[in-house]
Ligand binder design. Structure first.
Ligand SMILES: Cc1cc2nc3c(=O)[nH]c(=O)nc-3n(C[C@H](O)[C@H](O)[C@H](O)COP(=O)(O)OP(=O)(O)OC[C@H]3O[C@@H](n4cnc5c(N)ncnc54)[C@H](O)[C@@H]3O)c2cc1C
Length: 389
């Protein structure tokens, strides 16, 4: 694929002025392309297969212009308000299609790279992310630096033309499939805390990086350990300022706790409908699950609107993240109580391919990734409620 394939393609799509117009237009497009889209309705299969299938869906949405809405034109987007991006996953889910694999990455890492990368770098890499030509991973956590991220130790030493990086990352999702990594490294003194961290956009095929798979309890090889042995990062790959990586970190976490929660609630809502259709769960439990999802929807809608308007979201995304993990765990606990065979045995009697089992197990992670629930509670208590530490 050439550069012009992803950056310069002209599309027929006129940028909608309102969310409602975008919704109506996208629905009409899906109806018109129903026959081509049918192949994407299928779920299940090996990770690599799902990944490839959804990459094609993403490319189709990119070529038609839909996932270029709300991104700056100089980065491969079509312009318009960022909130236009929020309806695509929602309408895909409502029509029964899964969201493309890297939608969450787009909302978590994309905005930070758009904000902090040099303009030439953003113009080069963003279209590749949006079109599905590339996937990115998030190299934040380390053994000993998860909740206490500011204590991370992966060391970046300034050298002629860039930095040399040595150390280790862990729990990096889908790094084995990633082309690039938003990486946090210590550029200040060992005890410099959050003031001595820099952020980089690193190419994953750089010599000196070893990716080692870690199997998660649902059987997927989602996680990786990354080992860095004197890895060179050119200076133009710095995001933001030297030692200014904490600002990038906060930007990424706002996306991970806020915009990603919006996308997650859409998918959770479709799973609640699936669960109700099994007929195995009490109406009262379904009702409570619905209430929790609506609370999450209202909270994350506020965040998505604020992010779109460029308003600071601050610590309020911790409310979204906590509401998300509470709703997700409640929903799949309900599945366990009402469809135990499916969850415990991964039964395929209803043709679910073990999806309930997988989703139940994955729901346990919702109160860990993006900052554990206890950490979100601490942030809410201290920064939103003003309680003592
Ligand atoms: C599915 C999944 C995907 C992930 N993907 C990525 C990724 O792509 N990139 C990445 O960098 N990381 C990723 N992570 C890692 C994730 O960010 C960390 O697991 C998380 O931040 C918690 O850190 P930790 O695992 O080191 O646990 P710890 O920080 O050791 O915490 C252990 C327990 O102690 C509690 N705790 C710790 N400190 C406090 C405190 N001050 N007050 C109260 N309780 C506390 C925590 O809440 C938790 O229950 C992923 C994790 C999961 C589960």
């Amino acid at each position: 694929m050439t550069d012009t394939d992803v950056t310069g393609a002209a599309v027929d799509l006129e940028v909608p002025e309102t969310v409602e117009q975008a919704r109506v237009g996208f629905r009409a497009w899906m109806t018109e392309h129903g026959a081509e889209l049918e192949q994407f309705r299928r779920t299940g299969g090996e990770v690599a297969e799902i990944f490839e299938r959804l990459r094609l869906l993403q490319r189709m949405l990119f070529d038609a212009g839909w996932i270029r809405l709300g991104w700056p034109t100089e980065m491969g987007g079509l312009g318009g308000a960022p909130i236009l991006r929020s309806i695509i996953s929602e309408e895909l889910a409502a029509a029964g299609y899964p969201p493309p694999f890297s939608f969450a990455t787009q909302e978590v890492l994309g905005p930070a790279v758009a904000e902090f990368a040099r303009p030439e770098l953003a113009a080069h890499v963003l279209p590749r992310l949006l079109s599905g030509q590339e996937t990115w991973c998030q190299g934040f956590s380390e053994p000993g630096a998860g909740s206490d991220l500011a204590s991370l130790r992966l060391k970046a030493v300034a050298v002629e033309g860039g930095w040399r990086v040595s150390g280790e990352k862990i729990w990096t999702s889908w790094a084995q499939l990633a082309d690039r990594c938003v990486l946090l490294a210590r550029t200040g003194a060992v005890d410099s805390g959050h003031r001595g961290i820099s952020a980089f956009l690193l190419d994953m095929d750089t010599p000196g990086i070893t990716v080692s798979l870690l199997r998660s309890m649902n059987g997927d090889d989602e996680f990786c350990s990354l080992f860095f042995d004197n890895v060179f990062i050119p200076e133009d790959r710095l995001l933001g300022e030297p030692d200014g990586g904490w600002a990038v970190t906060m930007h990424v976490l706002a996306g991970e706790r806020g915009a990603a929660a919006w996308q997650r609630q859409i998918w959770l809502r479709s799973r609640l409908d699936d669960l109700a259709a099994t007929g195995g769960v009490d109406d009262e439990v379904l009702g409570e699950s619905y209430e929790l999802l609506m609370a999450l929807r209202v909270l994350s809608r506020r965040t998505v609107r604020a992010l779109s308007a460029g308003d600071p979201v601050g610590s309020t995304t911790s409310l979204d993240k906590l509401a998300m993990s509470t709703a997700e765990k409640f929903l799949f606990d309900a599945a366990l109580s009402g469809a135990a065979d499916e969850v415990v045995l991964g039964s395929t009697e209803t043709g679910s391919d073990g999806a309930w089992r997988n989703d139940y197990l994955y729901s346990r992670a919702s109160s860990i990734y993006g900052g554990a629930a206890e950490i979100q509670r601490n942030i809410i208590a201290e920064r939103l409620l003003g309680l003592p530490r």
